[in-house]
Design a protein around this ligand. Structure first.
Ligand SMILES: NC(=[NH2+])NCCC[C@H](N)C(=O)O
Ligand SMILES: [Mn+2]
Ligand SMILES: [Mn+2]
Length: 312
């Protein structure tokens, strides 16, 4: 649980083959340069650097969708990360630093297996402009970072190609926020799912706080573990330009900090993905610095002391 001080473990996962534009490989280096570790230790937590994951040996894989790009390479990363995430989550608070969002097809199955071993329900908060809900058949871009949610919720498409899922994530335990770019096939598939999807319209209508509170209440009532998968393109590109798939009309800086502070106060978050940072597209590191700032809010930084439940 997020009860300070945390024993954080940072694992660098420089997968970039899941994205259409190269550069996410440099994500972990940019997070280091922006002093991710320092921002966490400053708040009284400890940080261990687990170094950089190595992918498994890519195997020859065939799928009938000719659009698919880098299938063997991405599968090799997922294989290695599923095991590494399971091991890293035995104790402490693992942070998976990407790398593109295909990373979540390894981190989340490994963490879900850990939750099952602990006998705890497993929840996912998906912060993203995109639902990443393509199957291997439905993707037309062929970019595998657009598929992890369909995989880890157990859709059949991935059988025999991606590693066998240790345990699927219950779609009812997945909440998405910030969604504003959905492909036609995804839109159709999302109609059939029981995931909670808060698109930007829902955030405009209700505000981010009540939507998040309702989900956190469910996690609390189930005594669940909560994983946060944070795609940089969740944020509005005017504040976070360092991404390969920017979509206008995203959450503001204040909305993002509010969300992070509420997650901290919930005491429920047990692991984190930081994905899709592309330093090649960033402006003098501002997106990396903003992400580190947001992690600070998630880890307990606040403007004023709110410990008595009121501003002092
Ligand atoms: N993790 C991401 N940034 N995903 C973007 C996916 C964009 C688009 N839906 C595609 O499949 O190509
Ligand atoms: Mn994504
Ligand atoms: Mn995205």
């Amino acid at each position: 649980m997020l009860h300070p001080p945390l024993d954080c473990k940072i694992l660098a996962v420089p997968v970039q083959e899941g994205a259409g534009r190269m550069g996410c490989e440099m994500g972990p280096a940019a997070f280091r340069a922006a002093d991710l570790a320092g921002a966490i230790t400053e708040l009284g937590h400890s940080v261990r650097d687990l170094g950089t994951l190595l992918p498994a040996q890519p195997r020859r894989l065939h799928h009938d969708n000719p659009a698919l790009e880098h299938l063997p390479e991405v599968v090799a990363w997922i294989e290695a990360l599923t095991q590494a995430a399971y091991e890293a989550s035995a104790e402490g608070f693992p942070i998976f630093v990407g790398g593109d969002h295909s990373l979540a097809a390894g981190s989340i199955p490994g963490l879900a297996r850990r939750a099952q071993a602990l006998g705890k329900p497993f929840f996912v908060l998906w912060l993203d402009a995109h639902p990443d809900f393509h199957t291997l058949e439905s993707t037309t871009s062929g970019h595998l970072h657009g598929t992890p949610v369909a995989y880890f919720t157990g859709l059949k498409s991935f059988d025999g190609i991606f590693p066998p899922l240790p345990v699927p994530v219950d779609p009812q335990n997945v909440c998405m926020m910030g969604i504003r770019s959905v492909d036609a096939a995804e839109r159709a598939a999302l109609r059939e799912t029981e995931m909670t999807i808060h698109d930007m319209r829902a955030i405009d209508d209700h505000g981010i706080a009540p939507l998040l509170s309702a989900f956190l209440k469910r996690v609390e009532e189930a005594d669940g573990l909560l994983h946060v998968s944070f795609d940089v393109d969740f944020l509005d590109p005017s504040i976070a330009p360092g991404v390969g798939t920017p979509v206008v009309g995203g959450p503001t800086l204040r909305e993002a900090h509010l969300l992070m502070e509420m997650l901290h106060e919930s005491g429920r978050v047990t692991s984190l993905d930081l994905v899709e940072l592309n330093p090649f597209l960033d402006e003098r590191g501002r997106t990396a610095l903003l992400m580190v700032d947001l992690v600070g809010s998630l880890m307990g930084r606040s403007i004023l002391d709110r410990s008595k439940g009121t501003y002092r």
